[in-house]
Design a protein. Structure first.
Length: 241
């Protein structure tokens, strides 16, 4: 999977940025001599404010340059802040959103589902025997396993409708704009594709919960986690404490 390429600012060469102010400052320094020469060519009566006019033009040009530089710096700072914000919401290994992004986006998704009266389902996924994969095959294989699930979830997410996140070591969440039946189809496709593509043909346990229009975020998470745990350990009759 290709990593997202960071945007790199390529500022204009410093000599080009400083050329205009250097020329203007040079003109200001030479102004007394230049004005003396120019005033000998024209009648002072014809240009009574010639000196003030030249000073105003140069000052205006310097002001324009300063405002341009301020605007440019503000644009660079704004873009840097946007990139930092994006990094703070992204899991670096898989490129998916992290827990912070999930908590932010789920609130928005629930409000949109309620407003539009559409179904919303939460899919909780946990890679089976991940510790065994790391211990036996090494963390490089473990990381590739995580990246693979991230890629499968990304491919299975419908643009502008579904979203996927890595919220823990081997725990992932997917917010699906579909009812339980539609989300179950997606979950089965994810599990099948992941088993086929993962380095050691790993499996995932899943838990699905469809929002009833009233449950809070933490209640949804707890219920999806409980259903995932029952899937992983079907012999257990009670949920985890």
């Amino acid at each position: 999977m290709k990593r997202r390429e960071d945007r790199v600012f390529e500022p204009k060469p410093r000599n080009r940025l400083l050329l205009l102010p250097a020329v203007l400052l040079g003109l200001l320094a030479a102004m007394p001599w230049l004005l003396e020469i120019l005033e000998t060519q024209w009648s002072p009566a014809g240009f009574p404010h010639f000196r003030e006019l030249i000073d105003s033009v140069i000052t205006a040009l310097l002001g324009i340059w300063i405002l341009t530089m301020i605007g440019r710096e503000q644009e660079i700072n704004r873009t840097h802040l946007e990139e930092l914000e994006q990094l703070s919401l992204t899991d670096p290994l898989t490129g998916l959103g992290n827990r912070r992004a999930f908590e932010r986006d789920l609130e928005v998704a629930l409000a949109r589902a309620q407003r539009n009266e559409v179904a919303l389902t939460l899919l909780y996924l946990d890679i089976d025997e991940m510790k065994h994969v790391n211990d036996r095959f090494g963390h490089a294989i473990g990381d590739e396993t995580l990246r693979t699930l991230g890629a499968v979830l990304r491919c299975s997410s419908r643009l502008g409708t579904d979203s996927a996140y890595r919220v823990g070591g081997d725990e992932f969440l997917m917010v699906i704009a579909a009812d339980a039946r539609g989300a179950e189809t997606i979950a089965e496709r994810v599990a099948s594709s992941f088993k086929e593509r993962s380095p050691r043909h790993s499996r995932v346990s899943t838990g699905l919960v469809t929002w009833d229009g009233h449950a809070r975020v933490q209640q949804l998470l707890d219920e999806a986690d409980t259903r995932m745990y029952r899937h992983k350990h079907p012999q257990l009759k009670v949920a985890r404490a």
